[in-house]
Design a protein around this ligand. Sequence first.
Ligand code: ADP
Length: 215
Amino acid sequence: MSRYRTILLFGAPGSGKGTQGKIIGAIPGFQHSSTGDIFRSLDLQTDMGRRFWEYSSRGELVPDELTIQLWKQYIKGLEYINQFHPESEFILLDGMPRNGKQKELLDDVIDVRGIIYLRAERDKMVERLRRRALKENRFDDASDSVINKRMDVFGRETRPVLDLYPQQLIHRIDATMSQIRILSEIVTRVLVPLKEDLDDGRMKVDPVAAEVAGG
Ligand code: ADP
């Protein structure tokens, strides 16, 4: 099986990954996939749903194997129902991998072509999470101690994952700029070059298919 072409949307809780991911997911050729959203869509009455609640309400990560297995099923499902077309689209992966083990488990499934790293100071992100708690009613944003725990987990386990990828893939973007400027930087620095590359390559392989896919 060939690996999914993937762009990682990387950053601490509160860095704005979800906001940007949702917008980019509306652009043809990019499939936004957020592990947090997938977990939150689970029925809390099911075993998996309960396990998610148990970990996330403490600010902890869901166990790695479980997370990767759930995500693989999810993306295969989208492929089966024709909502994701790996031959012409990128996955914009938001919230994964979150540690070295997850990276390892994903290496034979995803082919990472670019990494968008949204950066801001910790205080700024904590402030955003506090505001989000009021707006979105998320139990994992509800207390400062859980928020701080998540920021610690990011610093200790997730941030170092960046060192495991070729450094030329990483695009550092200032997450304190306006949303539209962040979007503009992501589009021009990362998405346009990757998408045009993919389309050009496909054109060379099969001009008719590429033309149909490109509209
Ligand atoms: P945030 O980026 O604000 O932490 P997410 O929506 O990405 O929010 O994640 C919410 C929670 O879902 C996490 O705190 C964690 O418990 C769980 N989660 C999401 N992605 C993963 C993952 N890749 N591995 C393990 N747990 C995850």
